[in-house]
Design a protein around this ligand. Structure first.
Ligand code: F6P
Length: 327
């Protein structure tokens, strides 16, 4: 263990994700077990700049494992993008005698942590916390499992009304530039079509699917659309469908931030606990500027630069399978 580290800071940054609290709990409890003090930094990098710190003890993180959101709050911080902002943050951390950090967040959060080390030598370990599952260096990110279960639950409800009215329902899900959420939700929601940014010919397929009048008269259809899809989102696809087939009764539901809330699934709680534990152990063993993840059941450490720069791809066989199963 690295004896230089006596006090660490933990923070959540970027969009919140269910399971972040379980991650904070694991960080605090692993650190205190090893005799390390923990400071919680509220509102991510913004709190670092504003001196928004709280001491965290084992009991401070009791009864939070089941809660969505983040007890430390989160923010997307413009000021931290500047050298001056980061210097202010580093000075505040030094005043608090914080000699290591654990950052729970996505790409933008890792970029900030990397710069903080380059400019001020404050070692950081990253934990992937985002519903988008778009981070390289881990099979799953914290919050993804809860988000897809929330979306599938919504689709199951939409099916009831879609069937009663013989309608086509477009359901738009989050994911920023990636289609992981849409792919999982589309497959498990039994969608007729799944629009993701990684795949380009879905519009063509959907139009040819509905050319067949018997398919248009089918009791209902569910189409899942990733918000980052190149067609411009669910409403744009609805417009194209209505133009081509005026007899179709189409509705769009944009699920939005409902996907970011709610109690984390057991899978997200376990993942967040593992990653929180491994991040502290890594930091105490002198590992720095790396994101911790789990790939094929193994704990891996990925350099921030790689985690930020490399993209994680959706398995092409999964895309192929989804097309076949939706026929
Ligand atoms: O990264 C998580 C995410 O929910 C994305 O899926 C979405 O595009 C974005 O955040 C929304 O951000 P905000 O809550 O800032 O509008």
């Amino acid at each position: 263990m690295n004896n230089n580290i006596k006090r660490i800071g933990v923070f959540t940054s970027g969009g919140d994700a269910p399971g972040m609290n379980a991650g904070i709990r694991a960080v605090v409890r692993t650190a205190t077990y090893h005799g390390i003090e923990v400071v919680g930094i509220r509102r991510g990098y913004q709190g670092m700049i504003d001196n928004d710190f709280i001491e965290l003890k084992t009991r401070s993180v009791a009864n939070i494992i089941q809660l969505g959101g983040t007890m430390l709050k989160t923010a997307r911080c413009e000021e931290f993008r500047s050298v001056e902002g980061r210097t202010k943050a580093a000075n505040n951390l030094r005043k608090r005698k914080i000699d290591g950090l654990v950052c729970i967040g996505g790409n933008g959060s890792y970029t900030g942590a990397m710069k903080l080390y380059e400019e001020h030598q404050i070692p950081t370990m990253g934990i992937p916390g985002t519903i988008d599952n778009d981070l390289f260096g881990t099979d799953f990110t914290i919050g993804y499992d809860t988000a897809i279960n929330t979306a599938v639950d919504a689709i199951d409800k939409i099916r009831d009304t879609a069937g009663s009215h013989n309608r086509v329902f477009m359901v738009e899900v989050m994911g920023r530039d990636s289609g992981f959420i849409a792919m999982a939700v589309g497959i498990s929601g039994g969608a007729e079509a799944i629009f993701i940014p990684e795949d380009t010919n879905e519009m063509e397929l959907l139009l040819s699917h509905f050319k067949n009048a018997s398919r248009r008269n089918k009791s209902f259809s569910i189409v899942v659309v990733a918000e980052g899809d190149r067609q411009g989102g669910a409403l744009a696809i609805q417009e194209q469908l209505e133009k081509e087939f005026p007899d179709l009764d189409v509705r769009t539901t944009i699920l939005g931030h409902i996907q970011r809330g709610g109690s984390p699934t057991a899978r997200d709680r376990v993942l967040a606990s593992q990653l929180g534990y491994e991040a502290v152990v890594g930091l105490l063993n002198g590992i720095n500027s790396k994101a911790v993840g789990i790939v094929a059941g193994e704990v891996v450490h990925t350099d921030f630069i790689e985690a930020i720069g490399k993209s994680k791809n959706i398995e092409p066989r999964l895309i192929e399978m989804a097309k076949i199963l939706s026929h």
